[in-house]
Design a protein around this ligand. Sequence first.
Ligand code: FES
Length: 304
Amino acid sequence: MSSLTDKDIKALQPKDHHYRVALGDGLFLWISSSGKKSWQYRYHVHSNNIRKEKIYTIGDFQQINLSHARELHATLRKEVLQGIDIQAVKVEKKKSYSTSQENAMQTTSTQPTVSNRRKFLTNMTQVMGGIGGIFALIPFLSSMSPSERAKSAGAPIEIDISSLQPGAYKVVEWRGKPVWVVRRTKKMIEDTLEDDEVLRDPQSVEEHQPEYTQNKFRSINPEYLVLLGVCTHLGCSPLYKPSPKSKELGLDWTGGFFCPCHGSKFDLSGRVHKGVPAPYNLEVPPYYFASDTRIIVGEDGENV
Ligand code: FES
């Protein structure tokens, strides 16, 4: 695969399940089922005489071409050999970047995109204040018109969330795959932990979501979670199990998604548990809010 070129990579098509193309020395290209291509580096660290495998996401193929990815990979390899914790360095960089962005937003509040986003967030906060802590489950509402079905073959789709109750979820089809929209309750939002030792990638360092959803909720608005309902192990569709302390899943279950095929568990942000067959967090597709009650799945919004 060392003879691969940028042109070859561009031509790689998504499959039913995500797949990888190895380029040697741990560098590989990860191609998601929605067609997103990202550079990743698989390496090993030793802790207490135990060898652990780790995956570091270098970045998106759209921003990083092959030769640049090779350069970054070479630097990362050197750092790993020097004993540097490259994941921790990345998290630190992200934190300082967010702080600088926040500062920048405060000093440029006259820009229309920022002010729109703020207004939107303020509206959402007000809405969230009125949500009760109930679970009203509506398991499957895939009532799409023929034109919507045609769109689902590839084009972005619109999802109407006006009737979605707190705690409920909705399933629609996009590119032949289930897309879930979960409306979180206030309690679900409050109970979402920044970090948790049960989770394998709590910070969503590995890129299985657009950058604008790289937060503990893995969403644009904490109230609404949008995920591809496809297990990252072998592609089964996990079940929505929002109630904590379940008989089936144990007293320490805090709610989330359970894949019965081989027992993978994900929290209510789609973050994978440690020690289960699924290697990654559930994938978040590109999406944006066209209004307070309409979500477009399949493309990024203009303001991101
Ligand atoms: S496909 Fe989900 S655990 Fe195997």
